[in-house]
Ligand binder design. Structure first.
Ligand SMILES: NC(=O)c1ccc[n+]([C@@H]2O[C@H](COP(=O)([O-])OP(=O)(O)OC[C@H]3O[C@@H](n4cnc5c(N)ncnc54)[C@H](O)[C@@H]3O)[C@@H](O)[C@H]2O)c1
Ligand SMILES: [Zn+2]
Length: 662
């Protein structure tokens, strides 16, 4: 039970985190299926331990949010979510619940469950007056202006109905989505995970001209409130909406039994791939509106509808070829060229195969039929081979003996799975090195994406990172598709990067194993590039968290004349080579000492104490060893304290630590 409580807390936290990613940032990290399974687990636990249920649990509340910048709209009729089902049994249970509550004849309507985002549209005397997002179901965002850019939303109805509020799903058609992501890719911008996120991201733009460009569409699926229509069934309502000028989710089916409704669900499932828009399931709804009223709703979902959700997709396709790509550090990565196939929202035609071992272990041959899935709905991967389909014409992949880009020999790095190009001036390596150099965590040169770098390399303007700082506005403006304004912006972004902290430059050099974190630590410690270049392996490994391999790579990098020259040129061109991090104090009694923290401290978090130690030139480690100089012990100190006593290491209180810093 203690475990159940812990797991419930954990699930609530996880669900809250992923909801934020999904609804607020429009960039999910896990698949919807995975999300639904977590929610399901929480629901089950709440069923078993009702007294542990949080009144604001994600299972009872429609989750969503309102972002700043839009007016909020209170929904007179709450915009609820739907109960979901993942099997036929669950659909039958839904039917049983309905029949128990309302005896007599029940009719069902089955519809596509459009994978977009829910909006409400309000009309007064036939005129579109307001449109809003669902938000948390009770309060949403006023996105009227953006909705006006959706061509299939009528601004004036065919009849001047006194009052009408309808609900629909705004979505981005598959083809529009593919085009948008292609454009984003060409510009080197991050891609949308799927059409739903693209639609949500587009509709929630404060600048409605962006929404206009995005080619959004809508299916209307419900009448929320009306005056003057006099409608008895859902089916009738959809027909009326169609007459009034709406694009509806109407599929012209009414079933007398749940079996009939489920047959429609299966029909929709079979159509799924061929539809020009994404659906994530099918919705079964009670047709009669009076019956709906009798059934009512929970705080989260109506009792008169259920959504059958389709499982995460795995698709079979043909592996046409395996081609290799040369990375920034010369690493040669085999990539699968696939017969294009649509998986979980986007067309996949390439996936990485990582290295030769990966291919051999899975026994993947060129010409095989393979199964493709998207990890977390985002990154495509090959999950298996259909060996039954083999014809005998499949061929094994071999690593090329020489680099396809520069012709230098390819070698397998000892002790690693990777193959590498040995050519120092390999153009493929150069492009990727420069992409890394300009990237956000490195020199952060906005606008210097792969497309422009490639052009600059093509015309021979740049051969190294230093050349970037000698480009003129004219050089850039002369490139194909570059205007004066963008050239100017790029030049000022390059200029701005000269003022970066030293750690960015160190990271931008792309020394293997030297990540962002170690770059920060090394830069803060050595203060100038000159010092780093002169540092020995011993001096580098003496810094906490810098491993031997990283240190060796750094020394090796700076021992090469071409790299020394690059640094000197960058310096001459005005690129900053000093650290802006606060200087560690060396006159404090903490300087150079190793500390271990254990227990709880009133008024100080662990992070606070680490900061105090580091600001005073000491370091904090996780476990007690002979090398530890002091252990700082608070309340409830455990095994670390015992270990310190065993090793005769001085134990300090927080007050004693503070007095050492004076
Ligand atoms: N991947 C993640 O990290 C993550 C995080 C949070 C939520 N999610 C996903 O979001 C969804 C939960 O959101 P939800 O509460 O909106 O539930 P839902 O998407 O499962 O179902 C309700 C929605 O379906 C829509 N819908 C589409 N066609 C419809 C039709 N014909 N009739 C009625 N409604 C129709 C409505 O807009 C309604 O809001 C789940 O699919 C979940 O997996 C994913
Ligand atoms: Zn090469």
């Amino acid at each position: 039970m203690e475990n159940a409580e812990k797991r419930m807390k954990e699930l609530t936290e996880l669900l809250t985190y992923h909801s934020h990613k999904y609804y607020v940032e429009d960039s999910p990290e896990i698949s919807d299926y995975e999300y639904d399974m977590l929610l399901r687990e929480l629901k089950d636990l709440e069923g078993k331990y009702p007294h542990l249920k949080d009144p604001a649990s994600p299972t009872v509340r429609v989750i969503g949010s309102v972002i700043e910048g839009f007016e909020s709209v209170t929904h007179e009729v709450p915009m609820l979510s739907l109960n979901d089902a993942f099997s036929k049994e669950e659909i039958l249970e839904f039917d049983k619940r309905v029949r128990e509550a309302v005896p007599g004849k029940i009719e069902y309507v089955t519809e596509y469950k459009i994978d977009g985002l829910s909006v409400s549209l309000e009309y007064e005397n036939g005129l579109f007056v307001r449109g809003s997002t669902r938000g948390d179901g009770l309060v949403g965002e006023d996105v009227t202006e953006n909705l006006k850019t959706v061509n299939s939303i009528p601004l004036r109805l065919k009849e001047a109905v006194p009052y009408l509020e309808v609900r629909g799903e705004v979505f981005m058609p598959k083809a529009t989505f593919d085009k948008l992501n292609d454009e984003k890719q060409a510009k080197g911008e991050p891609l949308f995970a799927n059409p739903r996120n693209a639609a949500a991201g587009s509709l929630r733009q404060l600048d409605s001209s962006i929404a206009r460009e995005r080619g959004l569409d809508i299916f209307v699926f419900n009448i929320q409130r009306e005056e003057g229509l006099n409608i008895a069934t859902h089916h009738e309502g959809l027909l009326k909406l169609k007459q009034l000028g709406f694009k509806t989710v109407y599929q012209n089916n009414v079933s007398n039994s749940i079996e009939g409704a489920f047959a429609q669900v299966e029909k929709i499932g079979a159509l799924r791939d061929d539809l020009p828009f994404e659906i994530d399931g099918a919705v079964i709804k009670v047709n009669d509106l009076r019956t709906r009223e009798l059934l009512g709703a929970t705080s989260k979902c109506p009792r008169w509808a259920v959504a059958f959700k389709f499982p995460a997709e795995t698709k079979k396709t043909k592996l046409l070829d395996i081609v290799v790509q040369v990375g920034r550090t010369g690493k040669i990565t085999p990539n699968a060229v696939l017969e294009p196939v649509r998986v979980a929202g986007s067309v996949v035609s390439r996936t990485t195969l990582h290295n030769l071992d990966f291919i051999r272990e899975r026994d993947i041959l060129i010409g095989d039929n393979v199964y493709v899935r998207k990890a977390g709905d985002i990154i495509p991967e090959i999950v298996g081979v259909e060996k039954k389909d083999r014809t005998g014409n499949e061929i094994p992949f071999e690593m090329p003996a020489v680099c396809p880009e520069c012709g230098a020999p390819v070698v397998r790095v000892e002790g690693e799975a990777a193959h590498k190009c040995t050519g120092d001036s390999c153009p493929a390596q150069l492009l990727r090195r420069l992409m890394h150099f300009a990237s956000r965590d490195a020199m952060d040169i906005e606008g210097l994406g792969p497309a422009i770098l490639e052009k600059l390399l093509d015309v021979g303007h740049i051969k190294s990172a230093a050349d970037l700082y000698e480009l003129s506005k004219e050089d850039i403006a002369a490139l194909e598709k570059m205007g004066d304004k963008s050239a100017e912006n790029l030049i000022s972004a390059i200029e701005k990067s000269k003022q970066n902290d030293l750690y960015r430059l160190l990271f931008a050099l792309g020394i293997q194993l030297n990540g962002l974190k170690s770059s920060k630590t090394i830069a803060a410690h050595f203060r100038t590039m000159e010092n780093i270049m002169e540092a020995s392996e011993e001096e580098l490994t003496a810094i906490p968290d810098i491993g031997e391999k990283t240190a060796a790579n750094i020394c090796d990098f700076f021992s090469r004349p071409e790299n020394k020259e690059l640094i000197l040129r960058l310096k001459a061109l005005g690129v900053n080579q000093t650290s802006f991090a606060p200087e560690p104090k060396t006159d404090s009694a903490c300087a150079g000492k190793k500390f271990v923290i254990t227990g709880k401290f009133e008024g100080f978090s662990r992070g606070d104490i680490v900061q105090i130690i580091e600001d005073n030139g000491g370091t904090a480690a996780g476990s007690v060893s002979k090398k530890t100089d002091y252990v700082i012990a608070g309340e409830d100190a455990g095994s670390k304290l015992a270990k310190a006593q065993e090793l005769n290491i001085p134990v300090l209180t927080i007050e004693e630590l503070l007095s050492m810093t004076k």
